[in-house]
Design a binder for this molecule. Structure first.
Ligand SMILES: Cc1cc2nc3c(=O)[nH]c(=O)nc-3n(C[C@H](O)[C@H](O)[C@H](O)COP(=O)(O)OP(=O)(O)OC[C@H]3O[C@@H](n4cnc5c(N)ncnc54)[C@H](O)[C@@H]3O)c2cc1C
Length: 240
């Protein structure tokens, strides 16, 4: 019987580098043979240290809760970071250790008519997990996503999001670049500056925020303090 104390041995099946600073790991269960979680949860990666206990780092699962034999994770490279250096040294085939699942930022059911996702960097992971886990059950909801990255070189997951666009009746996403090149014709600045473009005052909406803590604070402030939105409609996971 597995518990949160179980250490899962998972094999690195695939490594994808969609940008120089984002790495996706696809891992498969080795021992125990399966891993179950609920969409929105995270795992702790055990990062071996030269001396003493491993360093533990949290990563939100970026794949469907329906998959029981492994999962995908998205890592942002942090200069000299313990986990970052470890993950960027991987070549494939290694066995990694994880504990979990942890966290209570679940997809709220029954869902509201509109779902708004606001994420930065690898904060996409939690929202991808919701979409991949729930798309068959709730294909008709109005899904909106603002995805904040610094510049064009940090854009990733376009193919996966376009695929979801085809599968869902009403899903729109947009990248917002805080420091784009001059030729960028899309949205510029911080994602929180574009919140008011959504019709959340008249349409029942649930908000999911993930990634940068400053963004989460700003969005909550606007929604709760300025717009009077009920706190129970906002679900957030800060990575820092
Ligand atoms: C619930 C939860 C879920 C998370 N999910 C993800 C995820 O899906 N993907 C992901 O990439 N990260 C995620 N994180 C962040 C992750 O746990 C690590 O903090 C991050 O990967 C840095 O770890 P590190 O060992 O490489 O750096 P550390 O050795 O911990 O830090 C090295 C230095 O970098 C600074 N630093 C730490 N984190 C950041 C950061 N994010 N940006 C800039 N500087 C930083 C530290 O202050 C320190 O000075 C999550 C965090 C939480 C709490």
């Amino acid at each position: 019987m597995s518990s949160v104390r179980t250490i899962y041995q998972m094999k690195v099946l695939q490594i994808n580098d969609p940008t120089p600073k984002v790495r996706e790991l696809v891992v498969r269960c080795h021992e125990p043979e399966s891993f179950e979680f609920k969409a929105g949860q995270f795992v702790m990666l055990h990062v071996p240290q030269p001396e003493g206990k491993p360093a533990l780092r949290a990563y939100s699962i970026a794949s469907s809760e329906k998959q029981k034999d492994g999962f995908h994770l998205l890592f942002k490279y942090v200069e000299t970071g313990k986990a970052s250096e470890y993950v960027w040294a991987l070549k494939g085939g290694e066995t990694l250790q994880f504990t979990g699942p942890f966290g209570r930022v679940f997809f709220q059911e029954p869902p509201t008519e509109q779902i708004i996702f606001m994420n930065t960097g690898t904060g996409l992971s939690q929202h991808l997990c919701y979409l991949l886990s729930k798309k068959e059950q709730y294909p008709d909801l109005k899904y909106r996503m603002l995805f904040g990255v610094r510049n064009e070189t940090e854009i990733y997951a376009q193919d996966q999001l376009d695929e979801l666009k085809k599968e869902l009746k009403d899903f729109h996403y947009e990248y917002v670049l805080s420091r784009p090149s001059e030729s960028w014709e899309g949205k510029k600045g911080y994602i929180q500056n574009f919140l008011t473009e959504f019709e959340y005052k008249t349409t029942p909406t649930t908000f999911y925020l993930c990634g940068n803590g400053g963004m989460i604070k700003d969005v909550k402030h606007q929604l709760v303090d300025s717009d009077g939105i009920d706190k129970t409609r906002i679900w957030a996971e800060a990575f820092d």
